[in-house]
Design a protein around this ligand. Structure first.
Ligand code: AVJ
Length: 327
Protein backbone atom coordinates (compact mmCIF):
# COMPACT_ATOMS: atom_id res chain seq x y z
CA UNK A 1 0.00 0.00 0.00
CA UNK A 2 2.72 2.44 1.02
CA UNK A 3 4.65 1.54 -2.12
CA UNK A 4 1.61 2.10 -4.32
CA UNK A 5 0.92 5.43 -2.65
CA UNK A 6 4.50 6.61 -2.91
CA UNK A 7 4.55 5.64 -6.58
CA UNK A 8 1.23 7.30 -7.31
CA UNK A 9 2.06 10.57 -5.59
CA UNK A 10 4.26 13.09 -7.34
CA UNK A 11 7.36 13.32 -5.15
CA UNK A 12 9.66 16.01 -6.54
CA UNK A 13 12.66 14.84 -4.49
CA UNK A 14 12.28 11.27 -5.74
CA UNK A 15 11.77 12.48 -9.31
CA UNK A 16 14.96 14.56 -9.19
CA UNK A 17 16.94 11.67 -7.68
CA UNK A 18 15.60 9.32 -10.35
CA UNK A 19 16.33 11.74 -13.21
CA UNK A 20 19.88 12.40 -11.89
CA UNK A 21 20.54 8.66 -11.37
CA UNK A 22 19.29 7.71 -14.83
CA UNK A 23 21.22 10.52 -16.49
CA UNK A 24 24.43 9.46 -14.72
CA UNK A 25 24.03 5.74 -15.38
CA UNK A 26 23.25 6.26 -19.08
CA UNK A 27 26.55 8.03 -19.76
CA UNK A 28 29.38 6.08 -21.43
CA UNK A 29 31.37 6.58 -18.20
CA UNK A 30 28.77 5.97 -15.51
CA UNK A 31 28.51 8.47 -12.65
CA UNK A 32 26.21 9.33 -9.77
CA UNK A 33 26.11 12.71 -7.99
CA UNK A 34 27.81 12.41 -4.60
CA UNK A 35 25.20 14.58 -2.87
CA UNK A 36 22.91 11.51 -2.82
CA UNK A 37 25.22 9.78 -0.32
CA UNK A 38 23.59 11.67 2.50
CA UNK A 39 20.28 10.02 3.34
CA UNK A 40 19.77 9.10 7.02
CA UNK A 41 21.85 5.91 6.65
CA UNK A 42 24.58 7.64 4.62
CA UNK A 43 24.82 10.53 7.07
CA UNK A 44 25.33 8.02 9.88
CA UNK A 45 28.06 6.23 7.92
CA UNK A 46 29.71 9.55 7.09
CA UNK A 47 29.81 10.47 10.80
CA UNK A 48 31.55 7.10 11.34
CA UNK A 49 34.06 7.85 8.55
CA UNK A 50 34.97 11.06 10.36
CA UNK A 51 36.22 9.04 13.36
CA UNK A 52 38.32 6.53 11.33
CA UNK A 53 42.10 6.51 11.93
CA UNK A 54 42.75 6.73 8.15
CA UNK A 55 40.36 9.64 7.55
CA UNK A 56 42.57 12.55 8.66
CA UNK A 57 40.52 15.54 7.37
CA UNK A 58 37.90 15.84 10.14
CA UNK A 59 40.34 15.38 13.00
CA UNK A 60 42.86 17.73 11.43
CA UNK A 61 40.33 20.45 10.65
CA UNK A 62 38.95 20.23 14.21
CA UNK A 63 42.48 20.64 15.56
CA UNK A 64 43.01 23.75 13.42
CA UNK A 65 39.68 25.17 14.60
CA UNK A 66 40.45 24.47 18.26
CA UNK A 67 43.80 26.22 17.92
CA UNK A 68 42.60 29.24 15.91
CA UNK A 69 38.84 29.69 16.39
CA UNK A 70 39.34 32.88 18.39
CA UNK A 71 41.37 34.44 15.59
CA UNK A 72 38.85 33.26 12.98
CA UNK A 73 36.05 34.83 15.01
CA UNK A 74 38.01 38.10 15.13
CA UNK A 75 38.35 38.03 11.35
CA UNK A 76 34.62 37.38 10.96
CA UNK A 77 33.71 40.21 13.33
CA UNK A 78 30.70 41.00 15.55
CA UNK A 79 26.96 40.73 14.79
CA UNK A 80 27.47 38.28 11.99
CA UNK A 81 24.92 36.46 9.89
CA UNK A 82 26.59 33.08 9.49
CA UNK A 83 25.38 30.80 6.70
CA UNK A 84 26.75 27.27 6.61
CA UNK A 85 26.74 25.06 3.52
CA UNK A 86 26.26 21.34 4.25
CA UNK A 87 25.97 21.87 7.99
CA UNK A 88 25.47 18.20 9.00
CA UNK A 89 25.81 17.99 12.78
CA UNK A 90 27.32 21.52 13.07
CA UNK A 91 30.09 20.17 15.33
CA UNK A 92 32.75 22.48 13.88
CA UNK A 93 30.38 25.45 13.87
CA UNK A 94 30.01 25.28 17.63
CA UNK A 95 33.72 26.05 17.98
CA UNK A 96 33.13 29.26 16.00
CA UNK A 97 29.82 30.15 17.64
CA UNK A 98 31.50 29.91 21.05
CA UNK A 99 33.95 32.64 20.00
CA UNK A 100 31.88 34.98 17.82
CA UNK A 101 30.88 38.35 19.29
CA UNK A 102 27.06 38.67 19.47
CA UNK A 103 26.29 36.67 16.29
CA UNK A 104 22.94 37.75 14.78
CA UNK A 105 21.83 34.53 13.18
CA UNK A 106 22.99 31.11 12.09
CA UNK A 107 21.56 29.65 8.89
CA UNK A 108 22.50 25.96 8.48
CA UNK A 109 21.80 24.74 4.95
CA UNK A 110 21.64 20.98 4.35
CA UNK A 111 19.79 18.48 2.16
CA UNK A 112 19.49 15.89 4.95
CA UNK A 113 16.20 17.12 6.45
CA UNK A 114 16.03 15.10 9.69
CA UNK A 115 19.68 15.72 10.51
CA UNK A 116 19.22 19.45 9.83
CA UNK A 117 16.21 19.99 12.08
CA UNK A 118 17.57 17.83 14.91
CA UNK A 119 20.78 19.84 14.82
CA UNK A 120 18.91 23.17 14.74
CA UNK A 121 16.89 22.16 17.78
CA UNK A 122 20.00 21.22 19.75
CA UNK A 123 21.68 24.51 18.79
CA UNK A 124 18.65 26.56 19.92
CA UNK A 125 18.87 24.93 23.33
CA UNK A 126 22.61 25.55 23.65
CA UNK A 127 22.61 29.08 22.13
CA UNK A 128 19.39 30.72 23.37
CA UNK A 129 20.53 34.18 22.20
CA UNK A 130 21.12 33.02 18.63
CA UNK A 131 18.48 32.98 15.87
CA UNK A 132 18.87 29.54 14.28
CA UNK A 133 17.15 29.50 10.88
CA UNK A 134 17.64 26.13 9.13
CA UNK A 135 17.14 25.89 5.38
CA UNK A 136 16.63 22.47 3.81
CA UNK A 137 18.19 23.01 0.39
CA UNK A 138 20.91 21.96 -2.01
CA UNK A 139 23.49 24.70 -1.50
CA UNK A 140 24.95 24.09 -4.98
CA UNK A 141 21.70 25.46 -6.48
CA UNK A 142 20.40 29.00 -5.84
CA UNK A 143 18.30 29.24 -2.66
CA UNK A 144 16.67 32.07 -0.73
CA UNK A 145 18.26 32.80 2.65
CA UNK A 146 15.72 33.68 5.35
CA UNK A 147 15.63 37.23 6.70
CA UNK A 148 17.49 37.47 9.99
CA UNK A 149 15.42 38.65 12.91
CA UNK A 150 18.09 41.15 13.89
CA UNK A 151 20.00 43.08 11.25
CA UNK A 152 23.55 41.82 10.85
CA UNK A 153 26.66 43.93 10.36
CA UNK A 154 28.02 41.42 7.92
CA UNK A 155 27.34 38.15 6.16
CA UNK A 156 29.68 35.18 5.98
CA UNK A 157 29.44 31.72 4.48
CA UNK A 158 31.10 28.86 6.36
CA UNK A 159 31.93 25.80 4.25
CA UNK A 160 34.02 23.34 6.27
CA UNK A 161 35.00 19.73 5.61
CA UNK A 162 36.66 20.32 2.23
CA UNK A 163 33.33 19.63 0.54
CA UNK A 164 34.47 22.21 -2.01
CA UNK A 165 36.76 19.40 -3.20
CA UNK A 166 33.72 17.57 -4.57
CA UNK A 167 33.31 20.24 -7.26
CA UNK A 168 35.14 20.49 -10.56
CA UNK A 169 37.30 23.62 -10.95
CA UNK A 170 34.53 25.34 -12.90
CA UNK A 171 31.99 24.16 -10.33
CA UNK A 172 34.08 25.46 -7.44
CA UNK A 173 34.48 28.84 -9.13
CA UNK A 174 30.71 28.99 -9.77
CA UNK A 175 30.00 28.03 -6.15
CA UNK A 176 32.39 30.68 -4.82
CA UNK A 177 30.95 33.31 -7.18
CA UNK A 178 27.56 32.43 -5.67
CA UNK A 179 29.01 32.89 -2.19
CA UNK A 180 30.45 36.28 -3.21
CA UNK A 181 27.02 37.35 -4.47
CA UNK A 182 25.30 36.10 -1.32
CA UNK A 183 27.60 37.82 1.19
CA UNK A 184 28.14 40.95 -0.93
CA UNK A 185 31.11 43.38 -0.95
CA UNK A 186 32.92 43.22 2.40
CA UNK A 187 31.38 39.81 3.09
CA UNK A 188 33.41 36.77 4.12
CA UNK A 189 33.97 33.13 3.25
CA UNK A 190 35.53 30.66 5.69
CA UNK A 191 36.33 27.38 4.00
CA UNK A 192 38.04 24.08 4.78
CA UNK A 193 40.36 23.03 1.97
CA UNK A 194 42.14 19.68 1.91
CA UNK A 195 45.72 19.86 0.67
CA UNK A 196 47.66 17.71 -1.78
CA UNK A 197 49.80 14.99 -0.14
CA UNK A 198 51.24 11.47 -0.44
CA UNK A 199 48.84 9.46 -2.66
CA UNK A 200 49.10 6.45 -0.33
CA UNK A 201 47.76 8.52 2.55
CA UNK A 202 44.96 9.80 0.32
CA UNK A 203 43.96 6.38 -1.01
CA UNK A 204 43.85 4.90 2.48
CA UNK A 205 41.69 7.80 3.70
CA UNK A 206 39.10 6.83 1.07
CA UNK A 207 39.40 3.05 1.43
CA UNK A 208 39.73 2.27 5.12
CA UNK A 209 40.61 -1.12 6.64
CA UNK A 210 37.30 -1.42 8.51
CA UNK A 211 35.34 -1.00 5.27
CA UNK A 212 33.22 1.91 6.46
CA UNK A 213 33.91 3.99 3.33
CA UNK A 214 33.04 0.95 1.20
CA UNK A 215 29.71 0.66 3.06
CA UNK A 216 29.15 4.42 2.60
CA UNK A 217 29.78 4.07 -1.14
CA UNK A 218 27.54 0.99 -1.50
CA UNK A 219 24.77 2.73 0.44
CA UNK A 220 24.19 4.77 -2.71
CA UNK A 221 23.15 1.53 -4.44
CA UNK A 222 21.08 0.48 -1.42
CA UNK A 223 19.40 3.89 -1.48
CA UNK A 224 18.44 3.45 -5.13
CA UNK A 225 17.00 0.03 -4.22
CA UNK A 226 14.99 1.60 -1.38
CA UNK A 227 13.80 4.74 -3.13
CA UNK A 228 13.93 4.15 -6.88
CA UNK A 229 12.72 0.56 -7.25
CA UNK A 230 16.19 -0.55 -8.31
CA UNK A 231 17.64 -4.06 -7.89
CA UNK A 232 21.38 -3.55 -7.41
CA UNK A 233 23.07 -6.60 -5.89
CA UNK A 234 25.42 -4.96 -3.40
CA UNK A 235 27.62 -8.07 -3.23
CA UNK A 236 28.49 -7.65 -6.91
CA UNK A 237 30.01 -4.19 -6.66
CA UNK A 238 33.41 -3.42 -5.11
CA UNK A 239 34.53 -0.12 -3.69
CA UNK A 240 37.73 1.46 -5.10
CA UNK A 241 39.53 4.72 -4.33
CA UNK A 242 42.16 5.95 -6.79
CA UNK A 243 44.39 9.02 -6.87
CA UNK A 244 44.30 10.67 -10.31
CA UNK A 245 47.35 12.95 -10.42
CA UNK A 246 46.45 14.71 -13.69
CA UNK A 247 43.23 15.97 -12.09
CA UNK A 248 44.69 16.24 -8.54
CA UNK A 249 41.80 14.28 -7.12
CA UNK A 250 40.70 11.09 -5.42
CA UNK A 251 38.01 9.25 -7.34
CA UNK A 252 35.68 6.78 -5.67
CA UNK A 253 34.29 4.04 -7.86
CA UNK A 254 31.86 1.15 -7.48
CA UNK A 255 33.23 -1.55 -9.77
CA UNK A 256 30.95 -4.23 -11.19
CA UNK A 257 32.57 -7.59 -10.32
CA UNK A 258 30.65 -9.40 -13.07
CA UNK A 259 28.76 -8.67 -16.25
CA UNK A 260 25.23 -7.86 -15.10
CA UNK A 261 21.98 -6.05 -15.82
CA UNK A 262 20.38 -3.86 -13.17
CA UNK A 263 16.89 -2.36 -13.29
CA UNK A 264 16.13 1.16 -12.22
CA UNK A 265 12.49 2.25 -12.29
CA UNK A 266 11.93 -0.24 -15.11
CA UNK A 267 14.99 0.83 -17.12
CA UNK A 268 17.70 -1.77 -17.87
CA UNK A 269 21.27 -0.71 -17.06
CA UNK A 270 24.00 -2.92 -18.45
CA UNK A 271 27.36 -3.39 -16.71
CA UNK A 272 30.37 -5.03 -18.28
CA UNK A 273 32.67 -6.91 -15.90
CA UNK A 274 35.05 -4.33 -14.39
CA UNK A 275 32.92 -1.37 -15.49
CA UNK A 276 32.51 1.21 -12.76
CA UNK A 277 30.27 3.98 -11.50
CA UNK A 278 32.24 7.03 -10.40
CA UNK A 279 30.52 8.17 -7.20
CA UNK A 280 32.78 10.97 -5.99
CA UNK A 281 35.59 13.32 -6.93
CA UNK A 282 37.56 14.77 -4.03
CA UNK A 283 39.99 17.38 -5.32
CA UNK A 284 43.10 18.24 -3.31
CA UNK A 285 44.64 21.69 -3.65
CA UNK A 286 47.89 23.50 -3.19
CA UNK A 287 47.65 26.85 -1.43
CA UNK A 288 48.48 28.79 -4.58
CA UNK A 289 46.14 26.68 -6.69
CA UNK A 290 43.22 27.41 -4.40
CA UNK A 291 44.01 31.13 -4.18
CA UNK A 292 43.97 31.32 -7.97
CA UNK A 293 40.59 29.60 -8.10
CA UNK A 294 39.13 31.97 -5.49
CA UNK A 295 40.44 35.00 -7.36
CA UNK A 296 38.49 33.89 -10.45
CA UNK A 297 35.34 33.98 -8.31
CA UNK A 298 36.03 37.50 -7.02
CA UNK A 299 37.29 36.38 -3.60
CA UNK A 300 40.63 37.23 -2.00
CA UNK A 301 42.39 34.87 0.43
CA UNK A 302 43.28 36.88 3.57
CA UNK A 303 44.36 34.20 6.05
CA UNK A 304 45.31 30.52 5.91
CA UNK A 305 45.61 28.27 8.96
CA UNK A 306 47.04 24.75 8.69
CA UNK A 307 48.15 21.93 10.97
CA UNK A 308 51.88 21.34 11.50
CA UNK A 309 52.10 18.75 8.74
CA UNK A 310 50.09 20.97 6.33
CA UNK A 311 47.62 18.20 5.66
CA UNK A 312 44.57 20.46 5.76
CA UNK A 313 43.80 24.18 5.68
CA UNK A 314 41.11 26.54 6.89
CA UNK A 315 41.07 29.67 4.76
CA UNK A 316 39.53 33.08 5.36
CA UNK A 317 38.51 35.01 2.24
CA UNK A 318 36.79 38.32 1.59
CA UNK A 319 34.87 39.95 -1.22
CA UNK A 320 36.85 43.15 -1.75
CA UNK A 321 34.71 46.27 -1.22
CA UNK A 322 35.96 47.78 -4.44
CA UNK A 323 36.73 44.76 -6.61
CA UNK A 324 39.69 45.35 -8.88
CA UNK A 325 38.90 44.85 -12.52
CA UNK A 326 40.17 41.50 -13.83
CA UNK A 327 43.30 42.00 -15.92
C1 AVJ B 1 32.42 15.34 2.74
C2 AVJ B 1 33.28 15.68 0.60
C3 AVJ B 1 34.58 16.22 2.49
O1 AVJ B 1 35.59 14.15 0.03
O2 AVJ B 1 36.56 13.73 1.90
C4 AVJ B 1 34.65 10.95 2.80
C5 AVJ B 1 33.33 12.82 1.60
N1 AVJ B 1 33.85 10.52 0.87
N2 AVJ B 1 34.99 9.71 2.49
C6 AVJ B 1 35.55 13.92 1.24
C7 AVJ B 1 33.94 11.47 1.76
C8 AVJ B 1 34.49 9.45 1.33
C9 AVJ B 1 34.22 13.92 1.99
N3 AVJ B 1 33.61 15.27 1.94
Amino acid sequence: MAAILSRGLPDPERERFLADALAGLRQPSKTLPCKYFYDAEGSKLFDQICTLPEYYPTRTELGILRAHAAEMARCLGPELLLIEYGSGSSVKTRLLLDRLARPSAYVPVDISREHLFETALALRLDYPQLAVLPVCADFSAPFAPPRALRPALRRAVYFPGSTIGNFSEAGAVALMAGVARLVGPGGAFLVGVDLKKDPRVLERAYDDAAGVTAAFDRNLLARMNRELDADFDLRRFSHRAVWVPAASRIEMHLVSDVEQVVHLDGVEIHFARGESICTEHSHKYTRTGFARLARRAGLAVRRVWTDRAARFSVQYLEVPRRPRRAQ
